[in-house]
Ligand binder design. Structure first.
Ligand SMILES: Nc1ncnc2c1ncn2[C@@H]1O[C@H](COP(=O)(O)OP(=O)(O)OP(=O)(O)O)[C@@H](O)[C@H]1O
Ligand SMILES: [Mg+2]
Length: 319
């Protein structure tokens, strides 16, 4: 492979087996320098295994991988990789009794190249917490310190393994802003997530990963255009009687119901939207709202795997 250095990451036919279990099943991908790449997939998909092989933490079974142009099979190059990447591990933890500032000082000493601690604190917006012990930070703030620690060596490429899992929606959005800011500084970000919204909002390129295999890779828009099918028409209603009435009236259009009790109709035929509105109006149906929706990455995951991607309903960080 001659042009591996053009990319932040090149992976070819990577395989990882744990005894009989194939955790990473022959994956290949290329990540451009300066982009945000997201692995989107559920628990056990192989995300952590794959990125920890690239970080030099786990050993692969077979395949090739180049990180910032360096070959992970070559001992010396792997040592160099470890110095120029940043890592937020999925199970991030650091010294409980040290403050934010002290923790950053501790990790900074491990590297020859590092950036001022004040800059790191500002980058993750922890100015107010600089002198608070790690153990007294909320879950979201702990994770933010973790991101700051991943940046102490001013890495060109940062791996963030589930940077927002378990955070409440506000903390999640704050972390997204920090990650976007890292991209603006020219860094390449490789993150993993099982939140489709996170992948959609942040990632330039998404790799949908399921049972160790990459089902497809593309920009969120490309994936939705390719696998998403038609827009959906969603009719919201407040009571069962209205719901039953709509099912009857729109029967021919194959109405379905979502978890919220809304009626969902595929807009695959031209004129579907006006037909739905006309039928509801003609019959004086007291619906509360009608909207159309483009398919989401969640729909894409379902289309590609036949399974549902569990997403943003489980948010439990109590700060
Ligand atoms: N050290 C290990 N030994 C044996 N099996 C492992 C080991 N690490 C992971 N596995 C298995 O490999 C598969 C992939 O695990 P991995 O942690 O890479 O998934 P993941 O996509 O990161 O999941 P999550 O979203 O839960 O973090 C799982 O079936 C897991 O149980
Ligand atoms: Mg994981």
């Amino acid at each position: 492979m001659s042009n591996v250095g053009e990319y932040a990451i090149v992976v070819e036919n990577l395989v990882k087996k744990y005894d009989d279990l194939i955790a990473v099943n022959n994956i290949s991908l290329k990540i451009k320098r300066g982009e945000i790449f997201a692995f989107l997939g559920p628990n056990g998909a192989g995300k952590t295994t794959a990125i920890e092989i690239l970080e030099g933490i786990r050993k692969k079974t077979s395949g090739k991988a180049f990180v910032l142009g360096k070959d992970i099979d070559k001992r010396k190059e792997l040592d160099q990789i470890k110095k120029i990447i940043g890592i937020l591990p999925q199970e991030f933890n650091t010294h409980l009794n040290l403050t934010v500032k002290e923790n950053l000082r501790f990790w900074s000493r491990m590297y020859g190249k590092n950036i001022p601690i004040e800059d790191l604190i500002a980058l993750v917006k922890l100015e107010d917490k600089a002198n608070v012990q790690y153990k007294n930070l909320s879950g979201g703030l702990k994770r933010r310190l973790g991101i700051a620690i991943s940046l102490v060596n001013d890495p060109e490429l940062v791996f963030l393994d589930e940077p927002t899992t378990g955070l409440d929606p506000r903390a999640r959005r704050e972390t997204w802003a920090i990650i976007e800011n890292l991209k603006e500084q020219g860094k390449t970000i490789f993150l993993t997530t099982h939140y489709m919204e996170e992948a959609h909002v942040l990632a330039d390129t998404v790799g949908i990963i399921h049972k160790g295999e990459i089902m497809d890779i593309g920009t969120p828009t490309e994936l939705i255009d390719k696998h998403g099918g038609a827009n959906k028409i969603i009719v919201r209603c407040n009571d069962q009687e209205t719901r039953d009435q709509i099912h009857n009236i729109l029967f021919e259009m194959g109405p379905m119901e979502n978890d919220e009790g809304d009626i969902v109709i595929s807009a695959k035929k031209k004129g579907s939207i006006s037909k739905v509105v006309d039928l509801l109006e003609e019959n004086d149906v007291p619906y509360s709202d009608i909207v159309t929706q483009r398919p989401t990455l969640e729909d894409i995951f379902l289309a590609l795997t036949g399974e549902i991607l569990i997403t943003s309903t489980e948010t439990e960080d109590k700060s």
